[in-house]
Design a protein around this ligand. Structure first.
Ligand SMILES: [Mg+2]
Length: 164
């Protein structure tokens, strides 16, 4: 069985900025997020591995355009196919969104910048430290940092997968 790896978008694959809800809800916000080149580079290295199955798992405002903008963003920056992009409304646990996809297995990986998402994930969580999060020190599990180079990041993710 291939190991499944789910990548968060906001603050993980794309740069996040703490801003107002009004700005986040505006058309054009998500499509204009800058890519985090080191994390996207690691994702692309992992995509080359036939033993992994890679997905996007991202929260969206159900406003009619956030998901479309995120799909467009992925077309531009990651190349992850449409059917492997899974979007969940804000407030819904990410694992719940996967019930239509067979649920979460205990060895499914989630790479996310938000400890809350990692803590409620029934599989294996890897926290992405991005320079603005991690201030509370609430996560004690596996982690990577966006200032690593893509090769080291991919190697570290593979090592976690091999050991879990
Ligand atoms: Mg995030």
């Amino acid at each position: 069985m291939k190991r499944r790896i789910y990548f968060d978008m906001d603050g993980t694959l794309s740069k996040w900025e703490n801003t107002s809800i009004e700005i986040v809800a505006r058309p054009g916000f998500f499509i204009s997020r800058s890519p985090v080149s080191t994390v996207i580079g690691a994702l692309k290295l992992l995509l080359d591995e036939p033993s992994y199955d890679i997905y996007i798992l991202s929260s969206v405002y159900p406003n009619g355009y956030a998901e479309a903008e995120k799909r467009e963003w992925n077309r531009k920056h990651t190349g992850i196919p449409e059917e492997k992009q899974i979007y969940v409304s804000y407030g819904t646990p990410k694992a719940q969104a996967l019930s239509d996809f067979g649920g979460v297995k205990s060895n499914d990986i989630l790479i996310d910048d938000f400890s809350f998402n990692l803590k409620e994930w029934p599989g294996i969580g890897i926290k992405l430290y991005n320079g603005i999060n991690g201030t509370k020190g609430s996560w004690q599990g596996f982690c990577i940092h966006s200032n690593m180079n893509s090769g080291s990041m991919a190697t570290q993710i593979k090592a976690i997968i091999d050991n879990t």
